[in-house]
Design a protein around this ligand. Structure first.
Ligand code: NDP
Length: 244
């Protein structure tokens, strides 16, 4: 990383909507060559059309290790290496623990926690070669758990734990690890909640405040990855001003 991203190669997961999409566009505008991964190929294709720079669209399911390895390999083959991995893929299937559909727990753990671990594992050899960076999109729920988001919070606490261990393992080799912890951002994230009360609560919270926009988080990512090499921005907590 340097103060310019010109020519740098970035892989962004969860880039078909929300924070991942905005981050991919912001990094592209800064001159990066960006590979974007998610399951909805049509959304990636439209992102590639509107990005200012070169974008490689990759169908990717982060819960599938083969798919993850293939996406990293395709990125490296196409662009000749990898400098920055942004892990934004995630799901938030909020709901109380009692009586929960545990298939939703499995999906959150496999996507938010194992999925980001798989991408780090696959990308790390290339990031080590280039003294690159890993950006983990965690959450305020990675710092504080609350009723109704126990499993989602557990995945995000897990991301933080994994990221700190990773930081200690690779910082001497020049790889920087950044954890971004957004509060409420207006995206599709809450649309997938199946519990009607939690779905309504999420909508009410969104309507009650000036929420963050995905671009606000993209700005934080750009800030973190454009610092001089001796500066490691390890954590950014960013909430809407109106969020208590
Ligand atoms: P979105 O729902 O808009 O984006 C989620 C992204 O994750 C989509 O691109 C989706 O793509 C992708 N995704 C989901 N499952 C998979 C999978 N198995 N494989 C690959 N990609 C997958 O929500 P956000 O942009 O808000 O969420 C992005 C990240 O930000 C998440 O990690 C979330 O936890 C975190 N976050 C969000 C906050 C918010 O308030 N919105 C607050 C704090 C953190 P597709 O379905 O096409 O695969």
């Amino acid at each position: 990383m340097s103060s310019t991203l010109d020519g740098r190669v970035v892989l962004v997961t969860g880039a078909s909507s929300g924070i991942g999409e905005a981050t991919a566009l912001a990094l592209s505008a800064e001159g990066a060559r960006v590979a974007v991964g998610a399951r909805r190929a049509d959304r990636l294709a439209s992102l590639a059309r509107k990005a200012p720079g070169e974008v490689l669209a990759l169908e990717l399911d982060v819960t599938d290790q083969e798919s993850v390895r293939a996406a990293v390999a395709a990125t490296v083959e196409h662009f000749g290496g990898l400098d920055i991995l942004v892990n934004s893929a995630g799901v938030m299937l909020a709901g109380p623990i009692a009586g929960a559909d545990t298939a939703e727990w499995t999906r959150m753990v496999e996507t938010n926690l194992l999925g980001s671990m798989y991408t780090v594992h696959a990308a790390l050899p290339y990031l080590l070669e280039r003294r690159g960076a890993v950006v983990q999109v965690s959450s305020t729920s990675g710092r504080t758990a609350s009723a109704g988001n126990g499993v989602y919070a557990a995945t995000k606490f897990g991301v933080t734990a994994f990221s700190e261990a990773l930081r200690q393992e690779v910082t001497a080799q020049g790889v920087r690890v950044v954890v971004i912890e957004p509060g409420f951002v207006a995206t599709e994230l809450a649309d997938h909640i199946t519990d009607p009360a939690m779905q309504a609560a999420a909508k009410n919270i969104g309507a009650s405040m000036r929420t963050l926009q995905p671009e606000d988080i993209a700005d934080a990512v750009v800030y973190a990855v454009t610092q001089p090499e001796h500066v490691a921005v390890n954590e950014i907590l960013i909430r809407p001003t109106d969020q208590t």
